[in-house]
Design a protein around this ligand. Sequence first.
Ligand SMILES: [Zn+2]
Length: 239
Amino acid sequence: MPQSPLLLPARNPSEWTGPTGNNTWLLRGKVPALIDAGTGDADHVASIERALDGRPLAVVFITHGHPDHAGGLPALRARWPALRVVDAAMDPQPAGDTLLEIVPTPGHAPDHLCFFDAPSGDLYCGDLARRGGSIVIPARKGGNLRDYLASLHRVRALAPRRLLPGHGPVVDDPIALIDDYLAHRAARERQIVDAIADGARPPEEIVARVYAGLSEGLRRAAIETVEAHLQKLEEEGRR
Ligand SMILES: [Zn+2]
């Protein structure tokens, strides 16, 4: 029986990353493997070393290039010079005592990947989903809502048993969460289409109609979301 994956917080706490920072997941066993690199925090790297009991980390899987997920690569390479990096679509790769399928899931970022352990049903999902919040689709920085929705459907079709995300707790009911996400995005799209039909044009104006009473920080995130929807409507020839 493969050992269960070990959560090692990356210790980069913030409003966005969560109180203990990003999640990284260590698979011990034949091929010691880490999912996501964190940011290179020295205590994080030390926690990986301790958990491996002197054995070298063999491979790191990167869900996407955002700095809270990939920024720690130089620190990991400095500690384990033979470290292999999996950060692009390729054949399944050994990790721990299992094989991980590499599932391209663009949307939050164009290079986003999920890693699927089919025998256990564990899906390492990076920033595809998180419990207790929706995922930002930064349309101006490579985010794409149509791709994101297609990625949710792709992952749903794998019928994972659990999601092990880049932020927040493990998700034990992935299908329900994904269906919530899909319903939420569809409802948001209807509101935006209605606002446009009512004459709202710039994203700021649409946000003012669709989201009432937002703080400045949230207003900026809402504008990004509306921009992602507008890009989708445009791609579909509906705007
Ligand atoms: Zn990200």
